[in-house]
Design a protein around this ligand. Structure first.
Ligand code: F0G
Length: 366
């Protein structure tokens, strides 16, 4: 039986490729490799709305099957690779792409190779890729060097490249924009998003434009991307040969989709800005402590960006007097459990007490 039929026939919901089939490069011959990704929560944040003076929602992509937005792109990329007869996929990754590629490849019965910057991938992501039996090859280099290598490998072999330079990834990831518009019945005024290799901002912009072209929305959002200061080539206008940030997922010095992300910014009247590691960590802690939304550090760059725009008065300046009637969506790209080490570094390790009521009561009030 084909994967297409088994997936569609099962109770328990459908993945993105079935839900948004008419907007995606899927035919009846495409074997749909899905883990029922998408349908992630769009969470209204009363506290952020009060702070920012407009209505703010959080799109929590950490609830995707492998814990990040990459699954949206990977369902399409792996399905199309399988349709074309590939037996193996390859990617460079700061972690999440590898976890997602490994999972979808396992599901499809394909091999998966992942090339990672040694020592710069969060523990959760590494264990995901390895448990899904990817062949993990760490290099003594950074993400940009890993990407150059996998591009070369895929051009010389039949191994399919599933980084976001593969347009099928962009097609899948644009469904995030569809879900936001479906839920809000329009596009938000401001779309805030972390930027690393710049595929996701490119994908969301395509999604909004596709929905506008199909008559599903009437106006487009301003795209506001945020890089980590130590890895902010799009802000400074030059490649970073040694990108550095605590947000390892976006530690990228030469984004592959630089040009298309720049286009998204200019066409939408948006901006690409940088946020510092302390600003990222402050937003990371704030989201968990104030909203109960645990994300990985890179994901908090969108909210760190919102705080920055609010504090500088820039948001008010852009929105004008109608600020309170405007809406913003911050994309939270990955789950906090991906990177337990950074979380543990931010908190005080709990102290064990004797197994007695009085000791516990005393500790509760200390
Ligand atoms: N947030 C997270 C959690 C990510 O993993 C990434 C990218 C981004 C944001 C940035 O998205 O690259 O489309 O601009 N992670 C890639 C990876 C590079 O290999 O997992 P982008």
């Amino acid at each position: 039986m084909s994967l297409t039929r088994t997936n569609a026939a099962r109770p328990g919901g459908q993945g993105l490729m079935e839900r948004y089939r008419r907007y995606l490069p899927v035919s009846k011959n495409t074997p749909v490799v899905s883990l029922n990704e998408g349908r992630t929560p769009l969470i209204y944040s009363e506290k952020l709305s009060r702070i920012a003076g407009l209505s703010v929602h959080l799109k929590y992509e950490g609830t995707n099957p492998t814990g990040s937005f990459k699954d949206r792109g990977m369902t399409v990329a792996v399905s199309k690779a399988k349709e074309k007869g590939a037996r193996a996929v390859i990617c460079a990754s700061t972690g999440n792409t590898s976890a997602s590629a490994a999972a979808y490849a396992a599901r499809a019965g394909m091999s998966c190779y992942v090339i990672l910057p040694e020592g710069a991938v969060a523990l959760g992501k590494l264990s995901q890729a390895m448990m899904c039996r990817a062949k993990v090859i760490p290099i003594r280099g950074n993400f940009d060097e890993a990407l150059a290598i996998v591009r070369e490998v895929s051009s010389r072999t039949k191994v399919a490249l599933v980084n976001s330079v593969n347009p099928d990834r962009i097609e899948g990831q644009k469904t995030g924009a569809f879900e936001i518009c479906d839920a809000m019945t329009c596009a938000p005024d401001f779309h805030l998003i972390p930027v690393g290799n710049a595929g996701n901002i490119t994908a969301y912009w395509k999604g909004y434009r596709d929905y506008a072209a199909a008559g599903r929305i009437r106006r487009l959002p301003r795209m506001m991307g945020f890089q980590a200061k130590g890895a902010s080539p799009m802000v400074s206008g030059k490649i970073f040969s040694k990108p550095q940030t605590i947000a390892t997922a976006i530690r990228i010095g030469n984004p592959a989709s630089w040009l298309s992300a720049d286009l998204a910014r200019s066409e939408s009247g948006g901006l690409i800005d940088a946020v510092t590691d302390p600003q990222i960590l402050a937003a990371y802690r704030w989201l968990a402590a104030e909203e109960g939304v645990f994300v990985e550090p890179a994901s908090a760059a969108s909210v760190a960006g919102l705080f920055k725009l609010v504090r500088s008065g820039q948001l008010k300046k852009i929105a004008g007097s109608a600020l309170s009637r405007k809406t913003a969506v911050c994309i939270l790209t990955g789950h906090g459990l991906k990177d337990p080490s950074t979380a543990l570094d931010c908190i005080r390790t709990p102290r064990p007490v004797p197994a007695r009521l009085d000791a516990v009561l005393k500790e509760m009030h200390s």
